[in-house]
Design a protein around this ligand. Structure first.
Ligand SMILES: NC(=O)c1ccc[n+]([C@@H]2O[C@H](COP(=O)([O-])OP(=O)(O)OC[C@H]3O[C@@H](n4cnc5c(N)ncnc54)[C@H](O)[C@@H]3O)[C@@H](O)[C@H]2O)c1
Length: 274
């Protein structure tokens, strides 16, 4: 594999499993050293052990400014620099809609979902900024098909992911020409993704979102390419956006979703009779 990140240092939040873990693997395969950040100590230490000298594992909560500062400091202390900040940590909202929640549930769910999925990205970007200015680095964020389509999450997750698209676009404007800011927008992908409760965030249950019966069939059937992208597919997109091959690209969010945007008027996946 081409070593596009030789000598570079990449910080990935939500690195303990799923898409964030795949990002770490991909960046290391391409020569980077990574700082793997996750709230789950056990998961992040597993990543650190697997990636050896190429990785420093940091247990940190992305909703805390202090923890984000500590994670960036770990990059500098361990590897002397920071070139790429990847905001990725996220939690789900249990597919809940307005009519299926009362005020108490809405208040309980809004804060943790926005705190991790939106404020976490904002605080991470703020902490990484000085070091990215030093290195001429860039930022990549994991958005979601829920950032531009309906019915990919519940109401609050969808609102949060729309905010992530706003964050990417506004930061790209604000930080140009020095720092590029882009996003990857995965469609449904089998990961360890949890509703907000399981990390002590007090809502829902402790199963992965993808433990729901029939989830795989549902995703594949509603995807034009009739394929469920895996975490490595998204990592390939993130690595491209973070690489110098994307030197002319900022403010974009690349769908990595098997073609949701070209579904037909009834939501049908299309094709299939060729
Ligand atoms: N899986 C999908 O279908 C899908 C689709 C679109 C977008 N996404 C997005 O991808 C990103 C990664 O999710 P995933 O699917 O890989 O799920 P995942 O649960 O496997 O990974 C998310 C990681 O974030 C960590 N995390 C949660 N709260 C945290 C906090 N406060 N501080 C630090 N770490 C925290 C979790 O411990 C976990 O390791 C999320 O932003 C998610 O919204 C996922």
């Amino acid at each position: 594999m081409v070593k596009r990140f030789a000598g570079r240092v990449v910080l990935v939040t939500g690195a303990g499993s799923g898409i964030g873990r795949a990002y770490c693997d991909r960046f290391v395969e391409e020569g980077a050293r990574v700082v793997a950040v996750d709230i789950d100590e056990r998961k992040v230490q597993t990543v650190g052990a697997a990636l050896g000298d190429s990785c420093v594992a940091v247990q940190a909560d992305v909703t805390s400014a202090q923890d984000n500062e500590r994670a960036v400091a770990a990059a500098v202390d361990s590897f002397g620099r920071l070139d790429v900040f990847v905001g990725n940590a996220g939690v789900f909202d249990g597919f809940l809609g307005l009519a299926h929640t009362d005020n108490e549930q809405l208040e309980k769910l809004f804060d943790p979902v926005f705190a991790v999925n939106v404020k976490g990205y904002l605080l991470g970007a703020r902490s990484a900024l000085p070091k990215l200015l030093d290195s001429g680095g860039c930022m990549v964020f994991t958005a979601s098909s829920a950032g531009s389509h309906t019915n990919q999450g519940g109401l609050i997750y969808t609102m949060a992911k729309h905010s992530v698209i706003g964050l990417i676009r506004e930061l790209a404007y604000e930080l140009a020409p020095k720092i590029r800011v882009n996003g990857v927008s995965p469609g449904g992908t089998f990961t360890d993704m949890r509703n907000a409760v399981s990390l002590g965030q007090d809502f829902g249950d402790d199963r992965s979102v993808f433990d729901a019966p029939g989830m795989g069939d549902f995703i594949a059937a509603s995807t034009p390419l009739q394929r469920i992208n895996d975490t490595a597919d998204h990592a390939a997109v993130a690595a491209f956006l973070a690489s110098s091959e994307a030197a002319g690209i900022t403010g974009v969010v690349v769908p990595s979703d098997g073609g949701y945007a070209i579904r037909g008027a009834t939501g049908a996946a299309g094709g299939g009779d060729l």
